[in-house]
Design a protein around this ligand. Structure first.
Ligand code: ATP
Length: 237
């Protein structure tokens, strides 16, 4: 089943066009990766999906309902949660308070409590540090917290922007394992990564974005075997 359908969107920052005629789909249960160089437009696409930017042209449908031009809050309510680049946790709040904020649109106290326990099971490190200010966490721990906060919104689709950025290899492995686990438990994932190797290793399908356009798409295997992708994004191996 198609969960997210993006059709021919154009997105601008003032006069600068960042996305040109972009179309992608994400099916329920998939991990889909967007790969592309710095500045290609990947973050812009995620920001548009979560309502932070408005497309000038084109359509975005989530679960058969139009969400283009909707406010960020109603998009979260519809079931899309965004983990932005650079994590953006609230440094002066504790780990626990950050997680609570992730659930701010929910009313089901029992469910919120259960999901909090679930996040602590996924990331035991966050449990150990739940009373600590988030600003004191390491980069990897902040990434865990940002992902935990997204889980607290009980999303159907999670948008992950560069989760591996700046992390040590062992932490990258942990984060990618969690991405697979979250997906196995039923959450659909749209992943933006400059680390194309990692991104394609967990994905079902992928799209390559260059200067605001989708230039290639296919199964993760097809992309991993594509000469073009190997040369430009997989270190030429
Ligand atoms: P990165 O991994 O560096 O975030 P990206 O593929 O996510 O790269 P975007 O951040 O989406 O790329 O940027 C796409 C284009 O839009 C770039 O040319 C960038 O310079 C431009 N851009 C991004 N944010 C703004 C902004 N606030 N104002 C003007 N131009 C912007």
């Amino acid at each position: 089943m198609t969960m997210l359908k993006v059709e021919n969107i154009d997105v601008f920052y003032g006069n600068i066009q960042a996305l040109r005629d972009v179309s992608i789909t994400v099916n329920q249960g998939e991990i889909v990766s967007l790969i592309g160089a710095n500045g290609a437009g990947k973050s812009t696409l995620l920001k548009t999906l979560s309502g932070l930017l408005k497309p000038k042209k084109g359509k975005i449908e989530f679960l058969d309902k139009s969400i283009s031009g909707k406010q960020a809050q109603s998009i979260v309510k519809a079931g899309i949660s965004h983990v932005p680049e650079g994590r953006r946790v609230f440094a002066n709040l504790t780990v626990e308070e950050n997680l609570e904020l992730g659930a701010f649109l929910r009313k089901d106290k029992q469910g919120i409590h259960q999901d909090m326990q679930k996040v602590y099971e996924i990331f035991p490190r966050l449990l150990e540090r739940k009373k600590q200010h988030s600003g004191t966490l390491s980069g990897g721990e902040q990434q865990m917290l940002a992902m935990g906060r997204a889980i607290m919104a009980k999303p159907k689709l999670v948008l992950l922007d560069e989760p591996s950025m700046g992390l040590a290899p062992l932490m990258v492995k942990t984060i990618f394992q969690v991405i697979k686990d979250i997906n196995n438990e039923g959450t659909t994932v749209l992943l933006v990564e400059q680390n194309a190797n990692m991104a394609l290793s967990v994905a079902n399908r992928g799209y390559v974005i260059e200067t605001g356009r989708v230039v290639l798409s296919g199964s993760a295997l097809e992309l991993q075997n594509s000469e073009e992708v190997k040369l430009a994004y997989l270190g030429g191996h």
